[in-house]
Design a protein around this ligand. Structure first.
Ligand SMILES: Nc1ncnc2c1ncn2[C@@H]1O[C@H](COP(=O)(O)OP(=O)(O)O)[C@@H](O)[C@H]1O
Ligand SMILES: O=C(O)C(=O)C[C@H](O)[C@H](O)COP(=O)(O)O
Length: 308
């Protein structure tokens, strides 16, 4: 293993301009996308290399934010012929549920991810929520199998690309999905039974994200770990919480290079820490410019929250 690549973390996923409506506020041009949230959350912990595509309308300021966060953008394709992927959604009163109002794939429609040579040797890879065939394509472009491969997906792919999804799942180590998706994927009604089935499909580590109720994690050596979400007085915008969680989670494992039950437990708390910042603002507003002191302090609040 070359030292140079030992803690590099590649992420492939959407780069988006969202229109987010909550019960109390609205932002019409909110930079988002799974790869953006993931990168902003992981970059305080480990070097991140991003793979995605933007159109001519993508704000230059957001590219500057990613660069200042230290995110490598060599793998970000800039397609001047079209618009960036756009998503519009409205949150319900309780903020744990949302309706998608519009999705415009735009430049994402014909996107074919190309990994720069400098990404191919990296030891950590996260396949954020995109078509399973593209996830497979990226995995195949790695020079060798990374030490740890994580994946997120959604109900759409469980419905329309089931076989491809099973094919990629067989090749990943960590699956991070939400509760409904875990049940849907396995046709189960019980979460523990669903988790056992999923772990037979490939991923030995499974993180089930439960919104304001936190996360449940089945570790590589069989530990079962539950983490609460940070109780917050003001939740501004939950968009990207899951991706920020994944960024903190994978970022910690890449930084430490340890992949045991104990480190996976810590990674769940790092995921919860970064997700808690995400939901406190629109877009990645609250993830930008975080100091080491800030994040260590929030991590310690989680330690205190769960001490007994
Ligand atoms: N309302 C909230 N308050 C505090 N933390 C939250 C809230 N919603 C989500 N989170 C954090 O974000 C994580 C992932 O969120 P979740 O909504 O489950 O993911 P996804 O966006 O993939 O559905 C949760 O495990 C939790 O730590
Ligand atoms: O890429 C997509 O499919 C989008 O809808 C754009 C969004 O910015 C995030 O991806 C929302 O992600 P989560 O709130 O973590 O589920």
């Amino acid at each position: 293993m070359s030292d140079q690549n030992s803690n590099k973390l590649v992420v492939v996923g959407s780069v988006a301009v969202d229109w987010v409506i909550t019960p109390t506020a609205e932002r019409e041009e909110s930079v988002g996308g799974a790869a953006v949230f993931f990168a902003m959350a992981a970059s305080p912990l480990t070097p991140v290399q991003l793979v995605g595509v933007v159109g001519h309308d993508f704000p230059a300021a957001a590219l500057g934010d990613l660069e200042r966060a230290g995110v490598d953008l060599d793998g970000l394709e800039r397609n001047s012929d079209g618009l960036t992927f756009r998503w519009k959604g409205r949150y319900h009163e309780n903020m744990n549920q949302r309706d998608t109002l519009e999705t415009h794939l735009n430049v994402f429609e014909n996107f074919s991810p190309r990994l720069p040579p400098s990404y191919r040797e990296s030891e950590f890879l996260f396949l954020a929520n995109i078509q399973p065939s593209l996830q497979l394509d990226v995995l195949d472009q790695m020079a060798k199998r990374p030490r740890l491969v994580g994946l997120d997906t959604m109900n759409l792919w469980i419905d329309i690309a089931h076989d491809k999804l099973l094919e990629v799942l067989a090749r990943v180590d960590v699956l991070a999905i939400n509760e409904e998706e875990a049940l849907q994927l396995t046709s189960e009604t019980n979460l523990v039974r669903a988790a056992n089935k999923i772990r037979e499909l490939g991923p030995k580590t499974l993180v089930i994200k439960r919104g304001e109720y936190g996360a449940l994690c089945f570790g590589p050596d069989n530990a079962l770990f539950a983490a609460p979400a940070m109780p917050l007085e003001d939740v501004v915008d939950p968009t990207g919480a899951g991706d920020s969680f994944a960024g903190g989670f994978m970022g910690h494992l890449a930084r430490t290079g340890e992949i045991t039950d104990d480190y996976v437990r810590q990674a769940v708390i790092w995921g919860s820490t970064m997700a808690s910042y995400c939901v406190q603002g629109f877009s990645y507003d609250q993830l930008r410019g975080l100091s080491r002191e800030d994040i260590e302090g929030r991590y310690q609040s989680f330690v205190e929250l769960t001490r007994f």
